[in-house]
Ligand binder design. Structure first.
Ligand code: FAD
Ligand code: EPU
Length: 337
């Protein structure tokens, strides 16, 4: 087992780049590390927090417990009857995993190119982008149960995946550590090109029969143009979820705001939170060390030196003004610690 460190700075371990300390901190490089930690009794002594790439977290205070940073590597491919199962260690960088699949011409995750974070965190909020969600390619995961020290498997249907949601954010929150994820990919050309700017970008390039790699390239380029790079400006992607409302409420809103951006989902409507935030005058606005991104109002950024509390308080101002103007309550997507 690697050594437990004390008073570890988290500044470089979260993409907001906010300063906070972990009372205790340990790197988890293998499943054995977890078993040893369990047997040492450390997991019972104090609050536990699992950390991947820190790209969906906001530390508003120090963490008075033990942080386990998951770095488990390893990748294995199993092929069976036209299906490709890829088993990936939880600590693998998500985009490196996507690049591996794209290079091998395994289809399914190309629309999820350039999402920061780790493989192990991908099921937690059922990551999604450009018309694809993790649940579309998730086969199963292996997870360590903190209370018992046992490893169990979760199949796709066990995970209760929904928009930015899974069992790991609700009834099983904080109870399991994902060590490995198995993806079901394919070699057929079942590509998703209908979402957002993908098809127009392909057209601009004169590509009418896109490859898996073409989709990955186009999605990456759209993302780079819209989203701030956490390496240069602290952020955690969309700070809020796009709210889902029923058709009655949607009809009322549409009456009042004919331009409102919304998408039908199973009889309900998903609203573009970024549009509403922009309409409230927040797009590109800077307040102290924080603000929203100039090209995407749904992203809150750290302009340098912001504390987690400052960012959190700023997000409350946004929630309040969207509530006042649209009578819609925004929910934070980022995990608040
Ligand atoms: P962390 O932030 O470290 O952790 C997130 C949560 O998962 C925490 O609750 C943590 O305790 C838990 N966790 C992490 N690893 C494990 C594990 N192995 N076992 C159990 N629990 C674990 N998200 C999208 O869905 N779509 C996007 O398009 C998208 N774009 C983004 C763009 C930018 C620029 C940024 C900064 C973020 C974006 N995100 C997006 C959010 C983020 O990348 C994802 O939520 C990602 O899955 C987080 O991975 P992570 O390893 O950084 O997790
Ligand atoms: N819009 C505005 N102003 C803004 C931002 C958006 O008017 O400042 C409107 C535009 O009309 C745009 C629409 O909102 O067409 C949707 O915007 P965009 O395509 O940028 O997507 P989003 O709904 O804001 C979601 C995800 C992203 C994901 C993209 C692409 C959520 C909370 N966010 O953003 O995920 O990458 O779609 O699929 O669902 C993340 O979770 O961190 C994240 C970045």
């Amino acid at each position: 087992m690697t050594k437990i460190l004390k008073k570890q700075s988290l500044k470089k371990l979260n993409t907001f780049g906010v300063d906070a300390l972990a009372e205790s901190f340990v790197l988890i490089q293998s499943e054995n590390d977890l078993t040893n930690l369990y047997e040492s009794g450390e997991l019972e002594k104090q609050p536990i927090l699992i950390l991947g790439g820190g790209s969906n977290m906001l530390f508003t205070q120090n963490f008075n417990g033990l942080i386990l940073k998951i770095t488990i590597q390893g990748i294995e491919v199993r092929k069976q009857e036209g299906e490709i199962l890829v088993i990936a260690g939880a600590g693998i960088d998500w985009n490196s995993f996507v690049n591996f699949c794209v290079e091998e011409n395994y289809g399914g995750v190309e629309n999820l190119s350039l999402i920061p974070g780790t493989v192990g965190a991908s099921p937690i909020q059922n990551i999604g982008a450009y018309g694809v969600e993790l649940k579309d390619v998730f086969y199963q995961c292996r997870a360590f149960e903190i209370a018992t020290g046992e490893f169990i498997e979760f199949k796709n249907s066990d995970c209760k995946f929904d928009y930015r949601d899974s069992i790991f954010k609700t009834e099983k929150k904080g109870k399991y550590i994902i060590t490995q994820v198995t993806f079901k990919l394919n070699k057929s050309k079942n590509l998703t090109t209908s979402y957002g700017a993908i098809s127009s970008e392909l057209e601009n390039r004169g590509i009418d029969k896109p490859s898996i790699k073409d989709i990955s390239t186009v999605v990456s380029e759209i993302r780079v143009a819209k989203l701030p790079d956490p390496k240069t400006i602290g952020n955690a992607g969309s700070f809020f979820k796009n709210p889902i409302i029923d058709s009655q409420k949607h009809a009322n809103l549409k009456d009042k705001f004919p331009e409102i951006v919304s998408y039908e989902v199973g009889g309900n409507y998903k609203l573009a939170a970024g549009w509403m935030i922009e309409q409230c005058g927040w797009k590109g606005k800077i307040l102290g060390n924080t603000g929203t991104w100039k090209n995407q109002a749904l992203v809150i950024v750290n302009h340098g030196g912001a504390s987690g509390k400052e960012i959190f308080n700023f997000s409350t101002l946004i929630i309040d003004s969207v509530k006042e103007k649209f009578d819609v309550k925004l929910e934070r997507e980022v995990n608040i610690i």
